[in-house]
Each structure stands twice: as C-alpha cells, then as structure tokens.
Write a protein that binds this ligand. Structure first.
Ligand SMILES: Cc1cc2nc3c(=O)[nH]c(=O)nc-3n(C[C@H](O)[C@H](O)[C@H](O)COP(=O)(O)OP(=O)(O)OC[C@H]3O[C@@H](n4cnc5c(N)ncnc54)[C@H](O)[C@@H]3O)c2cc1C
Ligand code: SF4
Length: 509
C-alpha cells in the first residue's frame, strides 16, 4: 500500500474521483474513521473544507485565526443570535482549536444509552477497548502542576476550601510550553489532535485527503455508487470555485453534529428525526476580579473542573447538573465580556492581568434543531427553558461563592444588565440574571444528537451501526449519532464511537 497524500483543492481541482469510502470531515470522527478504514484495506478519501494549519501558520493572532480555523469565521450562532455555536473548520477539525481536555464517555452515560435508548452495543464493556484506544491516540495525561496557571489554582483552592469535589482533567498535550493560546491553535504543535495522530496514520495506510474541498450535496444515495458533489474553495476558504464529483460505495459523514445534519437536509436524505434532538451543552463565561496578579492568559487555560454539582445517572437525561471549569481569554474576547464599555471598560481592561474566569457548563435536554431554509440557509434553533435558566443561576451562585472564598473582589456575569456579586450578601443579585435571548454571551462547543442512533426508525435517524435510515451505505460517525450528551467534553467520546463504528463497517466487507 502506497502512502496517501494531502491535496489542496484551492490550487487546482482534482477532477472526478471514484473511491470505496468518502469521509466528509477530518476531525475526531472523520480522521479516526479514515484511519481505521484505510488500515482495513479500504480505498478512502477524506474531504475537508478547511485548510491545513500547523506550527507557525498558527500565528496566535485572534482575528486571523478565528477567520481561518472556525466555521463561519467564528460567527456561527443560533437563529436568535443568543448562543455562539463554535466549530472547528480546519484539517483536524475542532481538535486543532479546542481546549485539549480529555473526558471519556462515562460508564453511567453508556448504561443510560443502553437502558433509555436501546443501544445495547454501547454499554461500558463494549466501549471499553475503544475508550482505551482513544486515550492512547490522545496520549492522555495529567498536566503537570507548573502548567496550571493561577486561575486554575484558585478554582482548585476554592473547591478545596468549600469541600467540593473537582479534578485536574486529563489532556492531550505533549511538549506544551503554556503559551495559553490553545483556542486559536497551538503554534508549538503540542496537541495530540487528529492532525498529528489519525490523519498521518490514515495517510500511511493509503487514505487520500483533499483540503479546501466542501461537500455540498449527496445524490444517488439509494444506488450502489453514491455521488458527492464537491466544490473547491479558494485559499482562504471564502468562495466556492471549481466543482467535481466523488463517487463512493460508502459515505461517512463526520462534519460535526451541525454540519452533518445540514448536509443530509440539503440532500433531502434521512427521516423526520434528522436535525432534531440537538444538544448545544450551553456554556456561560463568568469573569472574576482579584486585587493581585492572576495572569490567566499564560499556562493551560482550562485544566481544573469543579465536579461537585454533576450528576451522571439522571434517569431522563443521563449526564446532568453543572460543572465549573477555569478558562482564559485573549484580550479581544475578554474585552467583549466585561460589563462596561468606553472609559469604564478601558479601566477594567487595565486590570486584565488581575482577572480570572470560568465557564459554567450545562448538559441540556437535546431541545435544539438544525434546519435548512428553502433559500439553503442554515438555521440553528434553540430555546433556553426555565429549568436551564434556573440551573445557570445556581451555577453562577456556586462560582461566586467559590471565588469569594479565595479572596475575589467581584464576580461579573457579562450579561445585559450585568450581574455583579461582591459579597455573600449579594448572592441574591444572581436571581436578576434573566438569560433572556441575546442578553448573555452564551456559547456552545459540544454539539450532539442531530442524527441520533436508535434501534428503529421510529425513534431515531440512524441505526446503532451509524447507518442513516433509508439510505443504505450512508453513515454518521460523529456526535450527530449521540442520543444524549456523552460527556462534558466530546472529543474522546467521538473518537471512541467513531472507531467502534468504523471497525464494524470495515468488517462488513
Ligand atoms: C472552542 C472549542 C473548545 C473545545 N474544547 C474541547 C475540549 O477541551 N475537550 C473536548 O473533548 N472537546 C472540546 N471541544 C469539542 C470538540 O473539539 C468537538 O466535539 C470535536 O472536535 C468534534 O469532532 P467532529 O469530528 O465531530 O467534528 P469536527 O472536529 O468539528 O470536524 C468536522 C470537520 O468537518 C469539516 N466540514 C464541515 N462541513 C463540511 C463539508 N460540507 N465538506 C467538507 N468538510 C466539512 C469542518 O471544516 C471540520 O474540520 C471544543 C470545541 C470547541 C469549538
Ligand atoms: S498552552 Fe500548550 S497546548 Fe495550548 S497553545 Fe500553548 S503550548 Fe500549545
């Protein structure tokens, strides 16, 4: 088997191609599937609409990196603009720009999938070898204490003072120098993400990869050879250019839970579940002001998590409750998250090095929906219900109590109007946090569920093998198939499930 290559379609159209398996998306799901299928001797082609960015090309500049590494240049949001929907758009997918936290799918969640959703093959025992392999792919290890910045340490100290449970999460960094810019890519190539693990292995096994190649439609889904219509993009990925066609016996969608459903909907494929059951796992950033230096912009941004309020066995939802995780931001983002603008905002930014921050991360009831308007425009509908709002307020109060316990002067929720807590006596201010649409900078990094797996067509859009109902030979191997939130962080669960499903497909012949 000769090694495959990466072809940049912005330079020249490769022309029509026929392959055995066409994988759409090169992130955790797609790269893992491509590696497994190529290893099993399949002729594999990966289509990726992003470019290939490594090392110094990852310039640590906010504007340029959001533009090149994020879907819709970082501007993707829900239809009412209330929640920023963050997805990677680069060879290696979200793994290139994520926070590198590794949290495997939990046994209780796997049992929930078996019990509530009838996915008998997804129990802890069946998943275990694949979960282990995912941790190996990611070189999962516990960050050294010296890489934890003071923001993370303060979260850990606060949890300790209040007697709350928490942990330093596993991560997939090797050779990290603590530059703090993980969310706009690692210029030091220290992340063991798909770009440096599954993609090179897939290439070694003979897979080919086309970058700046956007799959726009899937046709002839019922035939032996399916047709994927592809458009080359320009070097910056702004405009569509030459068209070509990929014919493939199997098509594996791994474009992320929003984009995989979008492609099925645009192609008129799948049943009425496609696009529904979207989980956004909404997150709310909270900023904390201290009197002394925190310097949260150096070191690993997101390492410590308070897990005290998590529940893993909720009968209806599996994983539930909330989590507090340290986070840091580059100046542009932090400036936009402070409760003041103009001169008062500038004054607050003068204290940038004395700020801390956390993300409040909440599992949801999969109440969102991806749809495509007749104009072809993508819509992501998501309503925050009262239960979720109440849980957010609880999480803010917990974060405020913890921060005050370690000497914070003020805790801000950057909402409109802002919510400020300066003492325990002010905790009641949090009850004024309405979270009405567009009043708080909510974000989503862990989209799941839009083509959910179920043992029958009545209950889901894909079979337990990931095959889209009604379209033999078309599969979803990303978090689209998850029937409930797999974990507080999705990268390791996606690698786990993709490998398991890819092996099953390879065994089919
Ligand atoms: C800012 C951020 C921080 C995160 N932090 C963490 C973390 O610390 N730990 C963790 O476990 N998870 C984290 N996540 C989530 C995790 O990175 C994602 O869940 C994971 O990368 C998704 O993998 P995937 O393979 O499903 O899709 P992706 O990684 O999103 O890959 C899909 C790829 O498909 C491409 N694509 C889309 N549509 C098309 C098309 N039509 N044609 C061709 N290509 C297409 C995209 O360009 C993209 O590269 C984070 C995510 C974000 C955005
Ligand atoms: S903190 Fe480590 S992993 Fe993150 S960008 Fe810097 S060197 Fe890379």
């Amino acid at each position: 088997m000769s090694a495959g290559a990466i072809t940049d379609c912005s330079q020249a159209s490769p022309g029509d191609v026929t392959v055995e398996v066409c994988v759409i998306g090169s992130g955790s799901g797609g790269a893992t599937a491509a590696w497994e299928l190529a290893k099993a001797g399949r002729d594999v082609l990966v289509l990726e609409e992003g470019g290939d960015y490594t090392g110094r090309a990852l310039t640590q500049r906010d504007g340029a990196m959001y533009d090149q590494l994020y879907m819709d240049r970082g501007g993707r949001a829900t239809s009412d603009l209330s929640i920023a929907v963050l997805q990677g758009r680069v060879l290696g997918g979200g793994g290139v720009i994520n926070a590198s936290d590794v949290v495997p799918i939990d046994d209780d969640v796997a049992r929930h999938w078996q019990k509530k959703f009838g996915l008998s093959g997804f129990g802890p025992e069946s998943l275990e070898p694949f979960r282990k392999a995912a941790l190996e792919d990611l070189s999962a290890n516990r960050p050294a204490d010296e890489l934890l910045n003071r923001n993370n340490q303060l979260l850990r100290d606060g949890a300790g003072k209040l007697g709350w449970k928490g942990e330093v999460m596993l991560h997939n960094r090797v050779g990290c120098v603590g530059s703090g810019t993980c969310l706009i890519g690692c210029a030091f190539d220290a992340k063991r993400n798909p770009r440096f693990v599954a993609i090179p292995r897939a290439l070694e096994a003979g897979a080919r990869v086309f970058t700046r190649a956007r799959a726009v439609r899937l046709d002839d889904a019922g035939k032996e050879l399916k047709r994927v219509a592809v458009r080359c993009l320009d070097a910056k990925g702004y405009h569509e250019g030459a068209a070509f066609t990929v014919r493939a016996r199997h098509v594996v969608l791994a474009a992320n839970a929003v984009s995989s459903a979008e492609l099925l909907l645009k192609s008129g494929l799948g049943n009425e579940h496609v696009g529904h059951h979207l989980s956004l796992q909404p997150q709310l950033p909270v900023t904390v002001r201290y009197d002394d230096e925190v310097r949260f912009f150096r070191g690993i941004p997101q390492a410590y998590a308070v897990t005290q309020f998590e529940q893993r066995e909720h009968p209806e939802h599996g994983w539930w409750g909330f989590r507090l995780e340290a986070i840091a931001g580059t100046p542009g983002i932090v400036g936009s998250l402070l409760p003041e603008v103009g001169a008062p905002g500038l004054e607050l930014m003068r204290g940038y090095s004395k700020l801390g921050a956390a993300l409040l991360l909440l599992p949801d009831a999969m109440q969102g929906r991806v749809r495509v308007e007749s104009s072809g425009r993508l819509r992501i509908d998501y309503a925050l219900d009262e239960e979720l709002r109440g849980r957010f307020r609880e999480a803010v109060k917990a974060m405020a109590r913890l921060s005050l316990a370690v000497g914070a002067k003020e805790v801000y929720v950057p909402s409109v109007p802002p919510v400020r807590v300066r003492s325990e006596a002010e905790l009641g201010n949090v009850d004024g946090l309405t979270l009405a649409p567009t009043t708080a900078p909510l974000l989503s990094a862990h989209q799941q569920g839009t083509v959910r797996m179920a043992p029958n067509e009545r209950d889901g859009a894909a079979s337990p093998e990931g095959e889209v109902y009604g379209t033999r030979g078309v599969f979803v191997f990303d978090s689209s198939g998850f029937p409930s939130s797999a974990s507080s962080h999705t990268m390791a669960p996606i690698i786990t499930v993709s490998r398991m499903l890819a092996r099953q497909l390879a065994a089919r012949g």
